[in-house]
Each structure stands twice: as C-alpha cells, then as structure tokens.
Ligand binder design. Structure first.
Ligand code: ME8
Length: 492
C-alpha cells in the first residue's frame, strides 16, 4: 500500500512553538506506523514563505526577505530534529520546483479564473479577506486587525463548485475528520460560496502569475500547492495520483476551510485527484491560556524537550486528549503522565520482567500455553490488528488506550503469576509465563514505537528484536539471554 501524510507548511514570521511541533508529531506518528506496517510512505512538511505577513516580518527585522526566509525556514527544519521527525520531504515554497508547480496548477485552473476588482477588509495575520459581517469591533474573528484593500485581482469561480463540493462530502463521509468538523464545513458551503480573489497586484512577495506581469498569487494558492509539488507535480502526475488517493492532510482546525473547501475545488478544476482525508486537529493552550508572546506563555519545544525528554512529550500530546480536540499544555499534567503512565506502568513492567529474566539466566521459551497464559499471548499477537483500525481513523488516543490496556494487563499478570514463586517449583509454567510476557513487551514496544521511537528502540534492544516491521510480532522468540535492562524513565 501507498500512504501519504502531510503537515501544514508553517509561516515563517515567528519562531516555531509547541503548536507546530504538535501538528508535525501527529503526522510523524501516522507516517511511522504505516512504515512499520510495510507501506510505502511519503511524509512531507515545510515552510510557507510568501505573503504579506512574511514580507512585513522581514521588513520589521530589517532583513532582505530572501535572507530572512532562509534563516527562519532553517529554524523549522531544526525543530524537526528536536522532535525526531521522519519526514521524507521538507518543502520551501520559495524553491524553484514549487514555483514551477504552482504556475502549472494556475494554468490548469485557468478556465475558472477571471479578472475583476477586489475591495474588502484583509487580515494579514490570517492572510485572508474577512467579510464585513464577520468583523467584530473592527477585527477579524481571530482578533487580528484588518485593513482596507482595493485592487485589481484574478478571481477563482469557487461559486461554481458548491454542488460538487457538497456531493463530495456526501459521497465520502470520511473526507473531513473528525466527524464533528464535517457539519461545520457543510454548513459553510451550503450558506453560499463566493468567488475567491486569488492574486495580488499591490505587492510582489509571491509567485508570479504566468503571463500576467505585476500579479502574484494569493499566498494560499501557492501554499496548498505544496502538497502536490512534494509529490512531483507537474512531472510525475502518476505519483501524485497514487499518493493522493491515500493521503491525509493533518491541519489545525483554523485552516480547515482552506483545505476542505478551496483545495478540493482547485484540484477538481485542475483535473487532479483529491486527497483521501483532511484531519482537523484542535488547539493547545498553555497553562490554561491562549499561547501568546505578550502573555509570555509560548511553549518553546527545545526547552521543554531539554527539561522532560522528547518521548514523554510526544506521548503526552496524544494521551492527554482525543486527537481533534483542544487541550491544555501544563507542566503538572505532563509530569503526572511521566510518573504514572510512563515510569510506573510501562517503565516498571519492562524493568521487572527483564530484570527477572536476567536474574534467572535468560529466557527459555515455552509456547505450550494453557488457559492461564494464552489470553495475554493472544492479546499481544492481535494488538496490531486493533491498532490498524484505530490508526486508519487517526484515533491516536485510542491507539495509546489499547497499548496501555495491554501494559496494565501485563502488570496484573506478573502480580498474579508471581514468577518469583514459580522459579522454586514449576519451571514449565515459569517459562510459559515469561514467554508470554516477552511477547507482550514486544507488542507493546511496537505499539509505542510510532509515538516514542527512542523508548521503543531501547525495548527492542533489550529484547534483541529488530523493530523494523510489525511482521516481527508473528515470530516466536528463541532461548536467549537478554542485555540487562536499565530504567526507561528514570526518576530524577
Ligand atoms: O496557517 N495548538 O501556518 P501557521 C495546536 N501557512 N496547533 C497549533 C497551534 C496551537 N496552539 N499553533 C499552531 C499556516 N498550530 C499556513 C498553513 S498549509 C497549506 C498552510 C499548528 O504557521 C496547527 O497545525 O499559522 C496550525 O494549523 C498550524 O500550526 C498553522 O501554522
């Protein structure tokens, strides 16, 4: 199977923060899961560098806009290292390949494009025109200031796509996820679509429109096109087609409309395939408040990783809330997750089982399970089948829930079976119990691997397992001595 997953490409007007890290880690988890499951994966992320907002930030910084873009884009690339992203492509919208691709997309939609004049309120922070009726106290719904703009502009005949879009949502109920977001989009489209202004003439930090000197593309056209550029458009349309058919765009809920309404309309107009799903995730506040530079509560990914380690943060994001909902990032809740779920449940299980196996001189396998051990063995072998179903719905929280129920079942199994007593008088049972436990540790390691890759690697190492493919779960262990385990989440 082929699988494609994308993150939003981030504006480079400010430093990356934990919200960007969150969206990227979500996509990374989906990509890692599918790779372990044997799929051919294309995972792309990158930076959105054109538009008024970025041009103004460069101006404020007193820098040439190209130099500014290089500097800021690099910060997002560096964030990828800090959060262990496994992207296949990091795309910058200022790259030549992207300019070619966006211009080609433009040509392909040109039957739906006409020239007119735009006048209205523009929010540079949202990079969007705001309809007069949506203003409150003279501001955009996001709270951003607006300014009056009037210019000659190209328009995209979005109004002509209303019925086709409604049909798309109707026929593909999972096109927009989670389901709660779907109605929101449907009622927006039903309320009537206006044609969309898709060019700028008073401003030049954008991709030039073919054969239209003095006009650049509206930043959102160029931004959305990144997904197909990354897949090789325009040279390789075959690859675009096969990857888009199973592509999930992970986006924040505030940009769902661009992805679920404008993007499919552009693709339909261009005669290009639509993605499989747009998944809108929620927003994180920090210690109960909206993250903002003026409040000073913006969570810096680098510092948080230095303090708590990366894997606990990657875990926290997807354990704390259902993927799609809003959450609050607080150090207290993070610490709680680390000490209960990670150190007590997972860390302790691995430690108590493997230290014991080590103490008795290694594992001597016995797969002749009886009623006592078989359920744990079967739960371990069938874990991946359950996770696959949940992952296909991007239910990341559900996946962790399943993995943690196996962890807790395994801990109870140890308590109940008391291997330290079996060692005295029932060697056969002892070996069955420990074999079942090693099986469950291996399944657990695979279950956590997409979320906490380095933690999983440590467990794989302890168990002498390769950790490259879920297929390894089906292979019986052999007699062996393991490396001595060390605590996965040491208490300071
Ligand atoms: O919108 N909580 O870029 P952007 C959770 N360039 N996620 C957050 C977040 C928070 N507090 N803050 C940001 C753009 N995000 C466009 C996208 S795509 C073709 C173009 C995440 O830099 C979330 O995923 O404003 C959001 O959609 C994204 O960062 C927006 O990044």
């Amino acid at each position: 199977m082929k699988f494609c997953v994308t993150t939003p490409i981030y504006y480079i007007n400010g430093d990356p923060h934990i919200g960007h890290a969150y969206a990227s880690i979500a996509a990374d988890i989906l990509a890692r899961f599918k790779r372990l499951d044997g799929d051919e994966v294309h995972f792309s992320t990158g930076t959105d560098e054109h538009g008024i907002k970025v041009a103004r930030s460069a101006e404020t910084a007193g820098m040439d806009v190209y130099k500014f873009s290089d500097l800021m884009s690099q910060k997002f690339r560096d964030l990828g290292k800090v959060i262990n992203l496994s992207e296949d492509d990091f795309i910058r919208t200022t790259e030549e390949r992207h300019i070619v691709s966006s211009q080609q997309l433009w040509r392909r939609i040109s039957d739906d494009v006409y020239m007119g004049t735009y006048s209205g309120w523009y929010s540079a922070r949202d990079e969007e025109y705001i309809p007069e009726e949506d203003l409150s106290d003279g501001k955009a719904p996001s709270g951003a200031p607006v300014e009056w703009m009037e210019e000659e502009s190209y328009f995209f005949r979005l109004s002509a796509y209303q019925d086709r879009l409604l049909e798309l949502y109707e026929k593909n109920p999972d096109f927009i996820a989670p389901p709660s977001r779907r109605n929101e989009v449907i009622s927006f489209v039903k309320s009537g679509l206006k044609d969309l202004s898709i060019s700028r003439s008073k401003f030049d930090w954008g991709i030039p429109i073919p054969d239209a000197p003095g006009h650049v593309m509206y930043v959102w056209i160029d931004a959305l096109a990144n997904y197909i550029t990354s897949l090789g458009f325009p040279e390789n349309e075959e690859r675009v087609a096969e990857m888009m058919a199973n592509c999930v765009h992970v986006v924040g809920k505030e940009i769902l409309r661009f992805h679920a309404v404008y993007w499919p309309a552009f693709l339909m107009s261009a005669g290009l395939p639509l993605p499989k799903r747009i998944f809108a995730h929620g927003w994180w506040t920090s210690e109960g408040q909206k993250m903002s530079k003026s409040i000073g509560n913006v969570v810096d990914p680098q510092k948080t990783v230095e303090k708590y380690g990366l894997d606990p943060i990657r875990y926290f994001f997807f354990r704390e809330i259902r993927f799609g909902e809003d959450g609050d990032f607080s150090e207290k809740s993070l610490q709680r997750r680390i000490s209960y779920d990670l150190a007590n449940d997972l860390g302790n299980l691995v430690q108590r089982v493997l230290a014991f196996v080590q103490k008795i001189g290694g594992l001597r396998v016995n797969y002749d399970f009886i009623e006592d051990e078989r359920p744990l063995f079967e739960d371990s072998r069938s874990l991946m089948r359950k996770l696959r179903v949940l992952m296909d719905k991007q239910d990341l929280n559900g996946v962790l829930g399943e993995v943690w129920s196996l962890i807790s079942a395994s801990n109870k199994f140890v308590d109940h079976m008391k291997p330290w007593e079996l060692v005295k008088d029932d060697e056969d049972k002892l070996n069955r119990v420990l074999t079942a436990l090693c099986e469950s540790l291996r399944a657990i390691a695979f279950g956590v691997a997409p979320f906490m890759p380095s933690t999983a690697d440590k467990i794989f190492d302890f168990l002498n397992v390769d950790g490259k493919s879920f297929r390894e779960i089906e292979v019986n262990f052999t007699d062996q001595t393991f490396r001595p385990p060390f605590p996965l989440f040491p208490k300071e």
